[in-house]
Design a protein around this ligand. Structure first.
Ligand code: AMP
Length: 225
């Protein structure tokens, strides 16, 4: 199989976490990193970066590029993913053109630049409804939806049995700020990846409609000559 280095782009609540879980379940060898999960981990560990992150996240604002870029690049490096043979998926990073440029220049010398970017295009009305029903298992990043994807035991993570919680930045006010940020940064980011020729889009209202489209794109990339 060919290496796959994939970025999932999508509004908060568009289902990046859910699609990522589905892809990881489908392909044993695909692994993922989520910048939001890395930041929430820093908050739990009570680090300096965690303190800074908590403030930005609470207001639904993007962290300064250098903080997130450093964190994600360190993670890629410590997982030994900076290699042309590596296969992985990024969720939530890059979110700005500046982050995209830093990532690209870091990956290029290793022959490990992204080879696919997929935008998850979900109507905003659907997203808003989804957020109300969203619960997460913070340590793993696993996402549940009380309507579409409920946990097997109410309020408990399927794998560990630990309690689920509501994300503190899923309130109407903070969520509005996060959506606004997304709208502002999306077009330049899409233009960047479209110029490189690796941008794709999948559209739909539910993860069951989105996933088969995503799977087809991924399968094509993994098996192309
Ligand atoms: P997420 O889990 O991807 O929705 O991210 C949660 C929050 O973490 C965002 O609202 C931002 O405050 C912060 N964050 C995550 N990824 C990034 C990024 N690439 N650049 C800046 N801030 C980020």
């Amino acid at each position: 199989m060919n290496p796959l280095r994939l970025l999932l782009l999508g509004a908060p609540g568009s289902g990046k976490g859910t699609q990522t879980s589905k892809l990881l379940k489908h392909f044993d060898h695909v692994k993922s990193v989520s910048s939001g999960d890395l930041l929430r981990q820093q908050i739990r560990l009570n680090t300096d970066l965690g303190h800074i992150a908590a403030k930005y996240i609470a207001e639904g604002k993007l962290l300064p590029d250098s903080f997130v870029t450093g964190l994600v690049l360190n993670e890629l490096s410590s997982r030994r993913w900076l290699s042309s043979k590596s296969t992985w998926l990024l969720d939530g990073f890059p979110r700005t053109v500046s982050q995209a440029k830093s990532l690209r220049s870091e990956l290029k010398p290793h022959g490990a630049t992204l080879n696919m970017v997929v935008e998850l295009d979900v109507p905003e009305s659907v997203i808003l409804e989804r957020i109300e029903n969203r619960y997460v298992h913070v340590p793993s990043g696993r996402v549940y939806n009380l309507t579409y994807n409920p946990p097997k035991v109410a309020g408990r993570d399927d794998v560990t049995g630990e309690p689920l919680s509501k994300r503190s930045d899923d309130t109407a006010e903070v969520f509005g700020a996060r959506l606004a940020n997304y709208r502002e940064t999306l077009s330049p980011l899409k233009a960047f990846y479209s110029k490189i020729g690796i941008l794709h889009k999948v559209s739909g209202e539910t993860s069951d409609i989105i996933f088969p489209q995503l799977l087809e794109l991924v399968q094509r990339e993994l098996t192309k000559n």
